[in-house]
Ligand binder design. Sequence first.
Ligand code: URA
Length: 200
Amino acid sequence: MTELQALVAEITQCTRCLLHRGRTKAVPGEGPESASIMFIGEAPGFHEDQQGRPFVGAAGKFLDELLENIGLTRKDVYIANVIKCRPPGNRDPLPEEIDACKPFLDRQVELVQPKLVVTLGRFSMARAFPKARISHIHGQPRKIGGIVYYPMYHPAAALHQPSLRRTVEEDMQRIPELLKQAEQMTETELPAQAEQLTLF
Ligand code: URA
């Protein structure tokens, strides 16, 4: 068993926060251990909780389409979430739930070592840029600690707000080029307080 497989097994048994009581299945994340791109969503919804797999509902269908538009399938990428168990009624994750799950996500990033981490939605973005607004920084890559972070709106946001669909599609279109440039890209110098980096 690889370390990543052991981690996935550990997540399925996790009882670190109260969400484990209401779950059908935990949703650890999935994809190749050597994926160059990692997508990080927010939290499992109804279908993900039923199946134990990330992005298998309506937002997942849209994510599949977006991937297809850039010549990828979900087999090419690693897909994880900020929290691994479904919050009741799909409410926003609580700070303590995010904290309880953080070591799992940190470890996933360490083990997969993606070149590019695409954050989907504000909870995932906040991991790297807690003070930022998604409307300001979506589509702007920044390299931090050797990894390029690329914030995007959550695909579900585009399903609820059709005006965002084009933005999400356009941001996605830049991914192949970003991946090519990731290694040469220079580390981003962040303004001292503007976006306070709490990552790792
Ligand atoms: N939305 C997410 O953020 N994650 C999923 O796994 C499914 C929907």
